[in-house]
Design a protein. Structure first.
Length: 65
């Protein structure tokens, strides 16, 4: 049996985002840069994946890869 590779997740919550104090212009520039890179074939924006925990928990995680 092969061991599964370790998996590390970085999670940013609302407080983490607020602490960055990004301006609207900075946010728009970042999004625009990502979309331009995709349009130029420099990156791929993968579709999000839904991870559903144990059925006893309500909800799911949207994973943006």
């Amino acid at each position: 049996m092969t061991a599964a590779p370790e998996l590390y997740l970085d999670y940013l919550n609302g407080r983490d985002i607020a602490a960055l104090s990004l301006t609207d212009d900075e946010i728009l520039a970042a999004v625009e840069g990502g979309l331009l890179a995709q349009g130029h074939g420099e990156t791929v924006i993968e579709p999000r994946v839904h991870l559903t925990p144990d059925p006893s928990f309500r909800g799911h995680f949207n994973v943006l890869r």
